[in-house]
Design a protein around this ligand. Structure first.
Ligand SMILES: C[S@@+](CC[C@H](N)C(=O)[O-])C[C@H]1O[C@@H](n2cnc3c(N)ncnc32)[C@H](O)[C@@H]1O
Length: 282
């Protein structure tokens, strides 16, 4: 995929700033969306794309004029588009910009916009997913892309009642480091909510490892929580660790959670291409 495929022209609508590393995320998502939507096309009657933290559709790399297409636009423009899209965004200004971009870029597609926090609006989101039946098999792909480790596991648990794969951005690099003391001593419930349990604290104390192992520990704990919902638990090296461009610090893991091995075949292709920069960028 050529680099310009991810870039857009300024259209004057809301366009939040992001770090340069966001481009890596978008490239990985673009490849996975494409493999998933094409690969699942003849196996399911309807494929649904859900973006719980959709954003405005475009973002600008901080300190530059480069505008990146965001995850909703990337998913809308795959070669075999999904049959339905559901975009949730809590910021009304960003959602207004997203609506305008969707109308301009993909006018014919079936899209539902959900305004508000995905956690409190989860029933509305679920109601937008077409009913699955033996005559209408529905598979969803859900992107979970918050700014920090603000995921609420209960939201994913509710969604997992349908056939859904998740691509989750585990933004635990900087967050877990900066707030380590508050998280571990129990003053903050943020990690409890992201993992859906409080027992992780005992497990962390029991392993007695170093603070720098907290990040992989949390990623593994998240996998364990997803396993409790029937998702396959994979080793950490099947997650993509993305580092900051300037200081090479770990920022986040991008991880796939599926109940089927088929999706991991696509995911492995994404991991393969992302480590082979030449193949991935051109
Ligand atoms: C990292 S950005 C998403 C970027 C987008 N996925 C992309 O690739 O262009 C996170 C977005 O989630 C929104 N947000 C934060 N908390 C939210 C919540 N609980 N529910 C829905 N949206 C939320 C923010 O306003 C922000 O636009």
């Amino acid at each position: 995929m050529a680099s310009h495929a991810f870039h857009a022209e300024d259209d004057g609508l809301a366009c939040p700033e992001v770090g340069a590393w966001a481009e890596t995320k978008h490239r990985l998502l673009a490849l996975y969306d494409e493999l998933f939507s094409t690969g699942m096309k003849n196996k399911w009657d309807q494929r649904v794309y859900i973006d719980l933290y959709a954003g405005s559709g475009y973002s600008r790399i901080r300190g530059t004029k480069t505008i990146l297409k965001g995850s909703p636009i990337i998913a809308l423009t795959v070669p075999s588009p999904f049959d339905k899209y559901i975009f949730c965004e809590e910021n009304p200004d960003l959602l207004t910009a997203l609506k305008a971009r969707v109308k301009r870029i993909a006018p014919g597609v079936s899209v539902s916009f959900v305004s508000g926090r995905c956690d409190s609006e989860i029933e509305r989101i679920c109601a937008e997913i077409p009913q699955h039946s033996s005559n209408n098999k529905v598979l969803s792909l859900c992107l979970v892309d918050p700014f920090d480790f603000g995921i609420k596991f209960e939201t994913l648990r509710r969604l997992s009642a349908v056939f859904v794969d998740f691509v989750v951005l585990l933004a635990i690099g900087m967050d877990a480091n900066r707030n380590y003391d508050r998280y571990v001593d129990g003053n903050s419930t943020k990690i409890d909510e992201a993992l859906g349990n409080t027992q992780w604290r005992e497990r962390w104390k029991a392993v007695g490892v170093r603070r720098r192992d907290f990040r992989p520990f949390l990623a593994d704990e998240f996998s364990k929580s997803m396993e409790s919902l029937g998702y396959l638990r994979k080793p950490l090296d099947r997650m993509k660790l993305v580092r900051s461009d300037d200081k090479n610090l770990p920022l986040y893991y991008l991880a796939l959670f599926s109940r089927s091995e088929t999706a991991y075949k696509f995911w492995d292709d994404v991991l393969k291409y992302s480590t082979d920069q030449t193949a991935f960028w051109d």
